[in-house]
Design a protein around this ligand. Structure first.
Ligand SMILES: Cc1cc2nc3c(=O)[nH]c(=O)nc-3n(C[C@H](O)[C@H](O)[C@H](O)COP(=O)(O)OP(=O)(O)OC[C@H]3O[C@@H](n4cnc5c(N)ncnc54)[C@H](O)[C@@H]3O)c2cc1C
Length: 488
């Protein structure tokens, strides 16, 4: 029987009624979901290639409740998977081997805003954009701005070390987290870091940021606040092809100018975005760059002129400056909702995430094109070009036999090339369940063993988000789909 009296038949032995009663006593009966149809909502995140529902979902409202839940699970040796908003793009909250999902969506309070010390203390389920909205009236903002910022949570951002368009100039999540409250898998609550930037001792905040929920559940974060820049210049540069656009990216950075953001969209993405938002991109455009300069008004016009000159020298056929806030907002809407617009192009898509040194962008785009031809799947590109952080979007139709496998193979080819070019397997979306098998492309067995040793300091029994990031030496990773088995 469930806490609300309804019969539950699908639960494994480990999730028996006594555990449900114990959890309900901690979070309340309305904080538990165990009906199979309702759990379907939680069967995947933004990486939809694999799906598997948890056996039970718990929705705590406080650190104390998270601690109580993890203590109860620890007592029975049950693993758990943390979840924020489920916008992750690497299958990070797929419950592989973890029957209980703990979702922070009810922990959404902004606890304290401290303008004098430029910091804010939030619960981990707070939506990213809500932080900036809360401090905007005083002309502050929270810098890491994933394109999913309207939905994703600070806890998810911390777990993935998320980035976004403006991290070119301001840095990714790890550069903006001063302190964390973390509930360890045995229920102990620890505080890492503090309220100030100067810390001594080991950087345990740095170890938890990007750990993808494998150290425990982050319940609170102390974040840095940034002063809003005095003004912006947001420009749209149109290029005949991606090669000339990426040449411009390197040339802008090499000139010494660091824009707030440099984002690129290729022809396929431009068409989808224009159909959705009517931005008015040129039909001849092979690629566009959105370049945003920010800072003191006094130097901005000069910098914008220099960027325009550099872009033209690299082959830009057209440069437009957003004339007002509405035009600027339209450009950012087009960019930030590009993934959604791609839904018009195919029944399914997966968004890859890799990095190359920015001077290798033309090379990797050639590799992506070759992968598209080899695997006979369309691939579009929209990405944080200034960081060399790519997001090839691989279109497929899961109803067609073989297309899922081809999409995964194309993704693997691209990641392998990223690593060979001196880049990385992920820029900001994490390894999750998706790329665990690719970790040996970048790390030797000793590296992976060292990572596991660090993880075990926090989670000795590997019950926090098992089956993520670090492949087990000599074992097969237990995954939902047979073609995803990853022998190491
Ligand atoms: C349209 C779209 C655009 C995106 N654009 C960007 C972008 O520009 N930049 C970028 O970096 N990402 C982007 N993403 C990816 C995604 O939004 C980020 O990874 C985000 O940080 C995930 O947050 P979430 O709350 O949805 O986390 P979830 O998807 O719920 O979880 C992500 C991971 O974090 C863990 N986790 C969640 N909460 C906690 C917690 N409190 N404690 C410990 N672990 C936790 C989960 O176990 C999982 O491993 C985009 C996604 C979409 C769908």
């Amino acid at each position: 029987m469930r806490a609300d009296g309804e019969q539950v038949s699908h639960l494994p032995i480990s999730i028996d009624q006594s555990l449900i009663d114990e959890l309900a006593a901690i979070v309340g009966a309305d904080g538990i979901v165990s009906r199979a149809t309702e759990l379907k909502v939680y069967e995947c995140d933004g990486w939809t290639v694999e799906k598997s529902s948890p056996d039970i979902l718990v929705l705590p409202r406080s650190t104390e409740q998270v601690s109580g839940v993890l203590r109860a699970l620890d007592g029975r040796g049950i693993a758990f998977v943390p979840r924020g908003a489920g916008t992750g793009l690497s299958g990070g909250c797929l419950p592989l081997g973890a029957p209980v999902m703990v979702c922070t969506s009810r922990m959404n309070r902004i606890i304290e805003i401290d303008y004098a010390n430029r910091r804010v203390e939030v619960e981990s389920g707070v939506v990213n954009l809500h932080v900036t909205n809360a401090v905007k009236p005083k002309k502050f903002f929270y810098a890491p701005d994933p394109s999913s910022q309207m939905a994703c949570t600070i806890g998810g951002n911390v777990a993935e070390n998320s980035g976004g368009p403006h991290t070119l100039k301001y840095g990714v999540t790890t550069n903006h987290v001063l302190g964390l409250e973390l509930v360890l898998p045995d229920g102990e609550v620890v505080r890492l870091g503090g309220g100030y930037e100067e810390r001594c001792g080991y950087d345990l905040v740095g170890a938890v940021v990007g750990a993808e929920g494998t150290c425990g559940i982050v319940t609170r974060a102390t974040l840095k606040l940034m002063r809003e820049p005095e003004n912006h210049r947001t420009m749209l540069a149109t290029f005949p092809d991606v090669e000339s656009a990426t040449r411009a990216v390197s040339a802008i950075i090499a000139s010494g100018i660091v824009p707030g953001a440099i984002e690129m969209m290729d022809r396929m993405i431009l068409r989808a975005v224009d159909d959705a938002f009517h931005v008015g991109f040129s039909p001849d455009a092979g690629a566009v760059l959105i370049v945003e300069l920010d800072g003191l008004e006094i130097g901005l016009t000069d910098f914008a002129d220099r960027v325009a000159t550099i872009a033209r020298e690299a082959g830009a056929s057209d440069m437009k400056l957003a004339r007002d806030e509405a035009e600027r907002a339209l450009l950012w809407k087009a960019r930030k909702r590009a993934f959604g617009a791609v839904g018009r192009l195919a029944p399914n898509y997966c968004t890859q995430d890799g990095v190359v040194p920015r001077t290798r962008l033309p090379d990797i785009l050639r590799v992506i094109n070759e992968a598209s031809v080899r695997h006979n799947l369309a691939i579009g590109n929209v990405f944080h070009a200034g960081d060399g952080n790519l997001h090839p979007i691989i279109l497929y139709d899961e109803r067609e036999p073989g297309q899922v496998e081809r999409a995964l193979a194309a993704g693997r080819d691209i990641l392998k090339a990223c690593v060979e070019m001196g880049g990385s397997l992920t820029g900001e979306h994490g390894i999750g369940a998706e790329k665990m098998g690719e970790m040996p492309l970048m790390f030797a067995p000793d590296d992976l063993t060292a990572m596991m040793a660090l993880r075990r300091v926090f989670d000795p029994h590997e019950r926090a988000n098992p089956g993520k990031i670090i492949p087990q030496p000599g074992a097969c990773v237990e995954v939902a789909m047979p073609h995803r088995q990853v022998p190491i």
